[in-house]
Design a protein. Structure first.
Length: 201
């Protein structure tokens, strides 16, 4: 579904279709190239889509945390029409994919890129500025960056999820949801607005 040809981001990187393979769903030690991929794609999106900012979210945004090799990004906008932003991302070469995470209030596109000889899948989620998705994605990321004990606990939960539900991404995310919600609630306790789960590998 969507554009199935590569789109050049810069001289060093192009967007290709999403790579659906079990190898991409294996947990890997932190790879600093995840941040490098994010930085290149952030610049590409912010230069070419008006009224947006881009954040690196999920496990690949957390040094010292194991993750699947899927770079999650959040495209944040004040626009009312989120589908308009999604269409702009598709025009840049990102791909539509029929998955449960693609919703009216959080549109989704994806792709893959090759960087330093390695292929990385990329998930791009669109949300409104100051929405629960925006706020809680950053709270969860920042808590993991700050707390080593949370990183170790989360890694253990992810490894258990893979053992128990395998490579089914929807069931894998459900398995992690209680931990994610607990962290968000702890981070949000002083304002009482912990709603909405972030996307994460």
């Amino acid at each position: 579904m969507g554009n199935q040809v590569k789109q050049t981001v810069c001289a060093e990187m192009s967007i290709h279709p999403w790579v659906e393979s079990n190898a991409m769903r294996e947990l890997r030690s932190y790879d600093r190239n995840w941040a490098a991929v994010y930085q290149v794609l952030r610049g590409y999106i912010e230069r070419n889509v008006r009224d947006v900012s881009v954040e690196h979210i999920g496990s690949t945004a957390v040094p010292e945390l194991k993750s699947k090799s899927m770079v999650d990004m959040l495209v944040i906008t004040q626009r009312q029409d989120l589908q308009e932003v999604k269409r702009a991302l598709v025009a840049l070469g990102f791909h539509e994919r029929d998955v449960w995470v693609d919703t009216e209030d959080k549109p989704y596109v994806c792709g893959s890129v090759v960087h330093a000889g390695t292929t990385y899948d990329v998930n791009v989620h669109v949300c409104r500025l100051d929405s629960a998705t925006h706020v809680n994605s950053l709270r969860f990321r920042d808590a993991l960056r700050r707390e080593a004990n949370l990183r170790r606990e989360y890694e253990a939960i992810k490894m258990k999820a893979i053992r128990e539900v395998g490579n089914n991404p929807e069931e894998y995310n459900k398995f992690k949801s209680r931990f994610i919600q607990r962290v968000i609630e702890a981070e949000s306790a002083h304002v009482g607005d912990a709603t909405g789960l972030p996307a994460d590998g």
